[in-house]
Ligand binder design. Structure first.
Ligand code: SF4
Length: 281
């Protein structure tokens, strides 16, 4: 999930280390280090099957991740930072729940949030941001909501995916088994309580850019969300930047992405930042 907005620290290695739950990346958005938490280091587990997915986890390693493993890896990383062995002179921007699947469907998600809050308070700054990058399909479930409440009480931020304006395009691009209306309703309901970041992927399918009618429908969805009182702090309009699951899913040009971002800017109040992330780094 995080791949579209970040790059691994080692330029030549575009995969997270097999079996490891903690993976620092250099964030395109913050120009700092993001400490990724992957709750699926053993295999990709997601409730979507996006055509543009950049997860390159090849399969089941057999080793289930655990909370003690997560604590140990986070502690080691922050101890290395404190000792000056890692990231000298670079700012750590956040701890981000992302990785090889949808974090909120992991049975470890709630405990993982608690572990991050605890390790951060002991070994880092308690004000370091905690970010959840989510497809928003389970935000209505009680355990997910309880974990998000904890996250938001501890300098949290939720980045929610919204890639489509129509059910048809949602099925085509995100290939989910639940309706788009579920995702939109979850974003609306959580956004009435907490300000959210919305992340939206636009891309070329079989060589064709996002249809104008689909951009219209997406902009209408955003307008509806804002009119319904959804608090949105930022909308990230981005395109493909790394190898995708489907070879026929490819990036928009900068000009195409700028045109979509312009449409979104015109549709929302100026207080909502609209940022673009192009295919090149
Ligand atoms: S939500 Fe889509 S892009 Fe993110 S991990 Fe799942 S399939 Fe991949």
């Amino acid at each position: 999930m995080l791949g579209a907005l970040t790059s691994p620290l080692t330029i030549l290695d575009h995969s997270r280390r097999p079996g490891r739950m903690v993976y620092p990346v250099r964030s395109r958005r913050s120009r700092g280090i993001s400490v990724g938490v992957n709750l699926f280091p053993h295999k990709k587990i997601c409730d979507l099957d996006c055509v543009y997915c950049e997860v390159d986890n090849p399969g089941d390693s057999g080793a289930e991740p655990t909370i003690p493993q997560l604590r140990a890896e986070l502690e080691q990383l922050f101890e290395d930072v404190r000792a000056g062995r890692l990231f000298a002179g670079e700012r750590i921007n956040d701890i981000a729940f992302s990785g090889d699947g949808e974090p909120t469907i992991s049975p470890l998600f709630g405990e993982a949030v608690e572990a991050a809050i605890d390790v951060r308070a002991r070994l880092c700054s308690p004000s370091l941001k905690l970010v959840l990058i989510t497809d928003a399909l389970t935000l209505h479930r009680a355990p997910t909501r309880a974990a998000i409440d904890r996250l938001m009480a501890h300098h949290g931020e939720v980045w929610a995916k919204l890639d489509a304006g129509t059910e048809e395009y949602f099925k085509l691009v995100d290939r989910g088994h639940v309706p788009l209306s579920r995702q939109v309703q979850n974003i609306r309901d959580l956004g009435k309580v907490y300000p959210l970041v919305v992340q939206s992927m636009f891309l070329r399918l079989h060589g064709e850019p996002t249809p104008a009618s689909e951009v219209d429908a997406y902009v209408a969805r955003i307008r509806e969300l804002v009119s319904a009182g959804t608090q949105i702090s930022r909308i990230d309009v981005y395109t493909v930047a790394r190898p995708t699951t489907e070879a026929w899913a490819s990036p928009l040009t900068d000009a195409e992405l700028d045109a979509i971002a312009g449409r979104v800017r015109d549709a929302v109040p100026p207080s909502i930042a609209v940022e673009t992330y192009y295919s090149h780094r």
